[in-house]
Design a protein around this ligand. Structure first.
Ligand code: MG
Length: 458
């Protein structure tokens, strides 16, 4: 890890604290980042992990040593920090978070002045400074200062409220159960919901960086307590967050947990009804549902590689207002082109209030698909060759090769075959109108893939 002149992965710099990600490394990353920003003004904030204050202080020391002034926001949800960058008109931010990773991990994200994480080219600049010993320390009398940023979460809440019909939502007196994952979500979301006139019940809302209640990834298997609570208190909706509150997964009033592309498709539908003809950005791993909705309501999908930063950058480049991922990331451009769990929650309530429908009936109106997943082992060094072969063998079919190969069939089924970015394997995601068909696709393509891997080996 952190070798071969590479620090940044798909979501910033990540590692196990005090093994891969030490305070010493964090100081140097702070110095490299400060050199990159050339004595600018940066916001620094962090999630609720036990290691976050330590790593944040280390990064701040590096930024100050290279002449950057720091507005220190302390423990804050990631989307609130990203919003603060734009709102306070600073040069960027450094966010200490490992999002949904287990508690022993932490990470460092670098954000540009538009609130979006820096581009790969900018990451390379920081890596070149880091590995090329090109850090520029400033003279003793140019060392940066630290000021405290206060009010950031309240400004973030007010900004979200500007994009929904607060009075209409408030009239409904929705009862919402929030599963805050013991994370920074607890600092913003319950207050946002009370501001929207909701009755709020919380679970796992004591901020605790050991994540004692459930893993910080809001996967359905981690949300049974939320589903049970929604039913037990007769709530209208439940919402669960990840460790830095940029992703939100919803539970309807019957206690059913819905995966992210379903709720995204709902947001997409009502966005397109109000904004016909708009384009929507979504990673190729999303459900065909997202395309069905675009087709039905006059939108157009721009498929991207998997990864939230790619979605943000594509939205910005093409001036697209809405993006979404299957994992519960919703990017609402009029607010900010980054995923934002609080904004997603407000948008869902806005749709419920506007249509006067329950979440289960709104989601029930969308087409439904069965999803099956699979994996096939493949040595990292063969991945590229294997991918070329798959592309060759699927030529003539309705495919996208934006990330791996996705094939759409005439019966609305599809399969995505994609090399894992982190493990020596290929992942397969099949989707179909019946469970049997989805399973059959996984079987068929696992076999095909194994044959190709064997032939490439041979
Ligand atoms: Mg996250």
């Amino acid at each position: 890890m952190f070798s071969a002149r590479r620090l940044f992965g798909t979501n910033g710099i990540r590692g196990v604290v005090n093994k891969e990600l030490t305070p010493e490394l964090a100081v140097k990353i702070g110095c490299a980042t400060g050199t990159f920003f050339q004595c600018g003004e940066l916001i620094v904030g962090h999630d609720a992990r036990t290691s976050s204050p330590m790593l944040a202080r280390a990064v701040v020391a590096g930024l100050n040593a290279t002449g950057c002034n720091v507005l220190f926001a302390g423990m804050t949800p990631t989307p609130a920090l990203q919003y603060a960058v734009k709102n306070r008109k600073v040069d960027g931010a450094v966010i200490i978070t490992a999002s949904h990773n287990p508690p022993e991990y932490n990470g460092i994200k670098v954000v540009w002045s538009d609130g979006i994480e820096i581009s790969r080219d900018q990451e390379i600049e920081i890596e070149n400074i880091f590995f090329g010993n090109a850090i520029r320390y400033v003279e003793w009398n140019k060392i940066g200062e630290v000021q405290t940023l206060t009010g950031g979460i309240d400004e973030y809440i007010e900004a979200i409220k500007e994009h929904v019909d607060v009075a209409k939502i408030a009239k409904k007196h929705y009862h919402v159960v929030v599963d805050a994952a013991n994370s920074v979500a607890a600092l913003a979301v319950p207050k946002l919901l009370r501001n929207l006139g909701c009755k709020v019940s919380t679970i796992n809302a004591n901020v605790d960086g050991t994540f004692p209640s459930r893993p910080p990834e809001p996967r359905p298997e981690n949300l049974t307590e939320l589903a049970r609570t929604v039913r037990a208190v007769n709530a209208d909706v439940g919402v669960a967050f990840d460790g830095d509150a940029d992703r939100a997964i919803f539970v309807d009033e019957t206690g059913e947990i819905h995966w992210g592309d379903k709720t995204f498709a709902l947001v997409e539908k009502y966005f397109l009804i109000k904004n016909p003809g708009e384009r929507i950005v979504s990673p190729i791993s999303s459900s065909t549902l997202v395309k069905d909705v675009a087709d039905a309501y006059g939108g157009e999908i721009v498929w991207t590689k998997v990864g939230s930063v790619t979605v943000s950058h594509t939205m910005k480049k093409l001036n697209v207002k809405l993006g979404g991922e299957e994992n519960g990331g919703i990017f609402y451009g009029p607010h900010q082109a980054v995923r934002d769990g609080g904004m997603a929650t407000a948008l869902i309530l806005d749709i419920m209030a506007d249509t006067n429908k329950s979440l289960s009936s709104l989601l029930g109106e969308l087409p439904s698909y069965f999803i099956e997943k699979g994996k096939v082992e493949c040595p990292n060094e063969l991945k590229e060759k294997v991918l070329e072969k798959i592309i060759e063998q699927t030529r003539g079919l309705n495919t996208s090769t934006v990330d791996g190969v996705k094939i759409w069939f005439d019966d609305k089924s599809s399969i995505l075959v994609r090399p894992s970015g982190t493990e020596p394997l290929y992942r397969l995601y099949a989707e179909a109108k019946t469970k049997e068909k989805a399973e059959a696709l996984i079987q068929e393509f696992s076999l095909k893939l194994k044959r190709i891997i064997d032939s490439v080996k041979g």
